[in-house]
Design a protein around this ligand. Structure first.
Ligand SMILES: Cc1ncc(COP(=O)(O)O)c(C=O)c1O
Length: 411
């Protein structure tokens, strides 16, 4: 710093985030983040909806929240209520919904109400990194709920809750992603959902259900109802348009009893979620949403198959792939001696980015030999090329895999 220059950093709060490097563009093989496929954005439908809605209602943009109140654009909430009733087994009206700026905003608003420093939260052992970090930043004690290929092992959660109760601890929330778990890709079956609700009642712990991938299940509407549909009394439900339409429109939603939803609405002090996004999405979705997600599902499943195939071709038996039941990513495991965090820097140099397992784990040291690859953004060819580049980096660092698509490396 030059002499006499003002030190903007001097008064920063202790423990504040470190200054990150500036965005330098996407790498050639981008397997991180939860992006969507640019080819599958309903551009024409959105353009028509935008023209229609701006001409009809554009003048309302003069008023915060379009003058329709802080819960969000009523036609969008009506569309959502109908859809969640039809497809997720709920029985709600538009009044039970708050539109948020992405579901991240919803997670913030919910955790704001419940989680303070020192509070305990139960969260899937592998989970959405942003939620894990957010809870830890709040000073929460995050307790990992074990997972298997059907989601949370609920019988183990019963033991965890009993153990905490014996110590006088009542957790503030159970955070779960039951329908296409992030990162493992499982769908929690009905019996486990019911058991989890029973535990929520027994121990007085609300469930924060995050269903942002529920529209993207390979089997379409054949999936268990939302946990909130089974028992609205103990569940705060969160959803998003990010994965079913586009993440950059920044639209999420919460469904909860007014005692909580009203408080979240009162705390949402941002002047309202972007009204144009809400209006355009509402007009587009009415009549188009189901058809759109049907197309999306088929295309994403093909990409998932390509990603699994690419990993199997390049890594052979040294990789274990969790074939997801929907969504946009695969969770890939390697032998314990492979620490994927050591691959991050050389992979980035080779133009490949991926999410290392520890970042997606409640216990920061766990899953060092796992990684998450998002397959939605790259084309199929880019997936194959990117996984080949990743395998080559792994070979440079660890000497394995020795073969690349059946050919000995260096032969
Ligand atoms: C489980 C989960 N919840 C919430 C989000 C946040 O999505 P958004 O804020 O874009 O709605 C994501 C994004 O990847 C996610 O994976």
């Amino acid at each position: 710093m030059a002499d006499g220059a003002f030190d903007l950093q001097a008064g920063l709060l202790a423990g504040t985030v470190a200054t990150p490097p500036k965005f330098g563009g996407f790498p050639k093989y981008q397997f991180i983040g939860g992006h969507n496929d640019p080819e599958l954005i309903p551009v024409e439908g959105f353009a028509e909806a935008a023209a229609e809605v701006i001409r009809k209602h554009g003048a309302q943009l003069a008023i915060y929240n379009l003058g329709t109140g802080p819960q969000g654009y009523p036609p969008l909430r009506e569309h959502l209520a109908n859809r969640l009733n039809k497809h997720r087994g709920m029985n709600i009206t538009a009044d039970d919904i708050l539109i948020t700026t992405g579901s991240n905003n919803a997670i913030d608003l919910a955790t704001d109400l419940y989680v303070g420093p020192g509070d305990t939260v139960l969260i899937e052992a592998m989970s959405y990194a942003v939620t894990i970090n957010r809870l830890k930043k709040r000073g929460a004690n995050c307790v990992a709920m074990p997972l298997d290929d059907k989601g949370i092992v609920v019988d183990e959660v019963a033991k965890i809750l009993a153990g905490l109760k014996a110590k006088g601890v009542r957790p503030k929330l159970i955070y779960t992603i039951p329908t296409v778990q992030n990162p493992t890709g499982s769908i929690m079956p009905l019996d486990r959902r019911k058991k989890l609700i029973a535990l929520a009642h027994e121990y007085g712990v609300p469930i924060l259900e995050d269903e942002c991938y529920a529209d993207l299940t390979w089997k379409g509407i054949e999936r268990p109802p939302a946990i909130r549909a089974l028992d609205p009394s103990c569940v705060i439900y969160i959803g998003s348009f990010s994965k079913s339409i586009a993440p950059a429109i920044r639209l999420g939603y919460v469904v909860a009893d007014w005692s909580v939803l009203g408080r979240m609405t009162a705390n949402k002090s941002d002047g309202g979620t972007g009204a144009l996004d809400q209006m355009i999405t509402a007009v587009y979705c009415e009549g188009n949403f189901d058809k759109h997600v049907d197309t999306l599902r088929v295309a994403l499943k093909e990409k998932m198959e390509a990603a699994v195939d690419a990993v199997e071709q390049q890594f052979g038996t040294m990789a274990t792939v969790h074939r997801p039941e929907g969504g946009i990513f695969i969770w890939v495991g390697f032998p314990p001696e492979i620490d994927v965090t050591k691959l991050v820097a050389p992979a980035a140099k080779a133009g490949v980015t991926f999410n290392p397992g520890p970042e997606w784990s409640v216990d920061a040291g766990a899953n060092k030999n796992w990684m998450r690859l998002c397959f939605a953004l790259p084309s199929k060819q880019t997936i194959y090329d990117g996984v080949a580049a990743l395998a080559s980096v792994c070979h440079d660092v660890y000497g394995v895999p020795k073969f690349s698509a059946n050919t000995k490396r260096g032969a």
